[in-house]
Design a protein around this ligand. Structure first.
Ligand code: PLP
Ligand code: COI
Length: 360
């Protein structure tokens, strides 16, 4: 029997200034990590303890670690942006902290206090500030996460957990830049059913999405669009993004049903679009609404939104019941206007009238 070759990659943090600058010139997404991380432990009867800011390093996991078997694992994603005066600010970290608590409750995990979540993100960004890219849309993506650390195979909530924050410089999530994505309507697989974990940001949701994402790729599409589990008719969201439908001056996003992730970008855009004078609403949108609105020209644009992807136009749709181009297949005017308005707030180019930026 041959032994597979395993490439050993010793951690070489901290990197030199020159190495870091080279990474920041073209960071990609989620490929490079900063020099440090924050860890906080939780133990039954003791609560949260041992908060540490330590060099970024591998974690040692027991083979019977409960997470590896039963997937008590949740995460968040938020970004820190360089401001015009050189300082750094994160976008709505308290909202991520609250959603992290909601996810924890759904997975029978302990809730980290909002202030501790924000403090942990702040500590890492301050320590690794040199990793926050200096320009425009680029940012430092923060990935707070928590998983069970008890060792054992009994199926029940773990009695100990580890909360960790790591950070990764981020360029564009889609390497092609602002280029409309093509989407595959998943009619075979579903992401979330009523009563399930769809509204939680838990690792298992993403594991379950990968086969449909692969199916999308087989059909030549960039992303999968999830439909509701019961009727396979209502549009829910994409793999890592929420969706918006533009009807001229009227903008609609699927309403939160408990089976889709309540995106912070989605919530922010409801406000920004209203500020810009659009008529905004949350409602149910069916596949037929999409198809018909497209055919009669009333549906002018569709875009996806999320922390990692910001705002990305949807250019074309493929499904088992037909294919169509959205509008003229190009990035729409409203999409690009909202994208600029959001990024201007995040990068400090526009006034933060809602107090969303958390300055460090
Ligand atoms: N939907 C899913 C499944 C996601 O993973 C994400 C990303 O976090 C979103 C939507 C968008 O959420 P947010 O805007 O909070 O990043
Ligand atoms: C995010 O936008 O933060 C996400 O979590 C999407 C994806 C990278 C999982």
């Amino acid at each position: 029997m041959t032994t597979p070759t395993i490439e050993l990659k010793p951690t070489s943090h901290p990197l030199s200034d020159a190495e870091r600058e080279q990474i920041l010139a073209s960071p990609g997404f989620g490929r490079h990590f900063t020099d440090h991380m924050v860890t906080i432990r939780w133990t039954e009867g003791r609560g949260w303890h041992d908060a540490q800011l330590v060099p970024y390093a591998p974690l040692s996991i027991d083979p019977a670690n409960m997470t590896l078997h039963y997937a008590q694992a949740i995460f968040e994603g938020l970004k820190a942006y360089r401001q015009p005066d050189g300082s750094v600010a994160t976008f709505r970290p308290d909202e991520n902290a609250r959603r992290f608590q909601d996810s924890a409750r759904r997975l029978a995990m302990p809730e980290l206090p909002v202030e501790t979540f924000v403090e942990a993100c702040d500590a890492l960004v301050k320590q690794d500030k040199a990793w926050v890219p200096g320009s425009g849309e680029q940012s430092l993506y923060l990935r707070p996460f928590m998983f069970a650390t008890e060792v054992g195979l009994g199926v029940r909530p773990s009695n100990e957990y580890l909360f960790v924050v790591i950070a990764s410089p981020a360029g564009a999530y889609f390497p092609g830049g602002v280029k409309p994505v093509s989407v595959w309507l998943s009619q075979e697989y579903v992401r979330a059913a009523p009563g399930g974990t769809g509204a939680a940001k838990c690792a298992g949701n993403y594991a379950a999405s990968l086969v449909a994402q692969a199916q999308a790729a087989e059909h030549g599409c960039d992303q999968v669009v999830w439909l509701d589990a019961v009727e396979r008719r209502w549009i829910e969201e994409m793999g890592g993004m929420n969706l918006y439908f533009v009807y001229g001056n009227r903008i609609v996003t699927p309403r939160l049903t408990g089976t889709l992730l309540p995106g912070i970008t989605r919530a922010s855009l409801l406000q920004i679009a209203a500020d810009l004078g659009y008529e905004v609403s949350e409602s149910r949108i069916s596949v037929d609404d999409w198809k018909d609105g497209n055919a009669d020209g009333s549906l002018t644009e569709v875009f996806a939104c999320g922390t990692a992807a910001v705002i990305t136009p949807v250019g074309s749709v493929k499904s088992t019941t037909g294919d169509w181009t959205v509008g003229d297949g190009q990035p729409g005017e409203v999409t690009m206007k909202l994208r600029k308005a959001l990024l201007d707030i995040q990068t400090g180019a526009a006034e933060d009238t809602h107090g969303w930026m958390h300055r460090l």
